[in-house]
Design a protein around this ligand. Structure first.
Ligand code: HH2
Length: 288
């Protein structure tokens, strides 16, 4: 399989009952954190009305899907109960479902949250634990939704203490394919699955940069690839930019590289700018 510059992820598709996402063009997933403590926008959208407004603004700016998270996964973040997650999520979901015009993803791994939010209209479960929590696989298999399986070494509280790999690209790929096979064995259809190397989740900057450089190897696993590099600390480290909200230029560079190398979906905080960057990458690739 060729993954030289200019190769395309093709017209892969991720499905759910009322539609799905076609990946003949790269897509932007807009980030909506309804948390008090997310690393770059914590506290801005805890008010459901502010969250709903921001989701609409991101959809208007060209987001193909909105990802709502109610528990921060930043290093050292405090875990949140399922009840607290649902208290944060459900008013926002209720305010958006049927009105937003683009599908909604929820960033969660708890089975009771998966069941409640898919019942309330979420189309995709984005799980940084790749459905490893007991009951999570079954909850997705029993709902009509797609899933994004992300790699993480360790758990958020301690994951950045001492990440170690012999072969980060091989180990992340092996993990993701094993989780995808577990999903398919549980009855989740192949075209309901996305994979994500999990930039910053139990990885040093060197690990993250290697994974980005070798992203095309993950395409060989046969699932569309989602990447989340927006505003992350590796961008700060390599550029010397301290504040996450000042890392737009670096985030666009990383998103553009990822899409050039074959990523289908980019998870981003700055939707309009990312949509514009990806349009240039896509147009260039069509000329190759
Ligand atoms: N990164 C974050 C959260 N969820 N999901 C996927 N699939 N991939 C990612 O890279 C990813 C993710 C972290 O970013 P953010 O949501 O902005 O911060 P926080 O976890 O602090 O809320």
């Amino acid at each position: 399989m060729s993954h030289v510059a200019g190769a395309t992820a093709g017209a892969a598709r991720v499905r759910w009952q009322d539609g799905g996402l076609e990946f003949d063009t790269p897509r932007v997933m807009g980030v909506l954190n309804v948390t008090p403590d997310s690393f770059s926008d914590g506290g801005r959208f805890v008010d459901p009305a502010a969250a709903v407004d921001h989701a609409h603004a991101m959809a208007e700016a060209g987001a193909a899907i909105i990802d709502i998270g109610a528990e921060s996964t930043r290093p050292g973040a405090t875990p949140v109960s399922a009840a607290e997650e649902l208290d944060r999520l459900l008013p926002v979901l209720e305010g958006l479902v049927t009105k937003l015009g683009v599908p909604i993803s929820v960033d969660t791994g708890k089975p009771e949250v998966i069941t409640a939010v898919t019942g309330a209209g979420a189309s995709l479960i984005n799980d940084v634990q790749a459905l490893r929590m007991p009951g999570a696989l079954e909850a997705v298999a029993g709902a009509d939704c797609a899933v994004c399986l992300m790699h993480m070494q360790g758990e958020p509280r301690t994951m950045q203490a001492q990440p170690r790999y012999h072969d980060v690209v091989g180990e992340v790929g092996d993990f993701l394919v094993a989780r995808a096979i577990a999903c398919e064995d549980a009855g989740i259809a192949h075209d309901h699955i996305l994979i994500d190397p999990g930039f910053g989740f139990g990885k040093t900057s060197a690990h993250n940069l290697l994974l980005l450089q070798h992203l095309s190897e993950l395409l060989d696993l046969g699932y569309p690839v989602l990447v989340g590099l927006s505003r992350k600390s590796t961008i700060g480290e390599v550029s010397g930019v301290k504040m996450p909200e000042d890392r737009l230029a670096g985030s666009l560079a990383a998103a553009s590289l990822a899409v050039w190398l074959g990523a289908s979906v980019v998870r981003a905080h700055d939707v309009a700018a990312t949509v514009q960057a990806l349009a240039v990458i896509h147009a260039t690739r069509r000329q190759v």
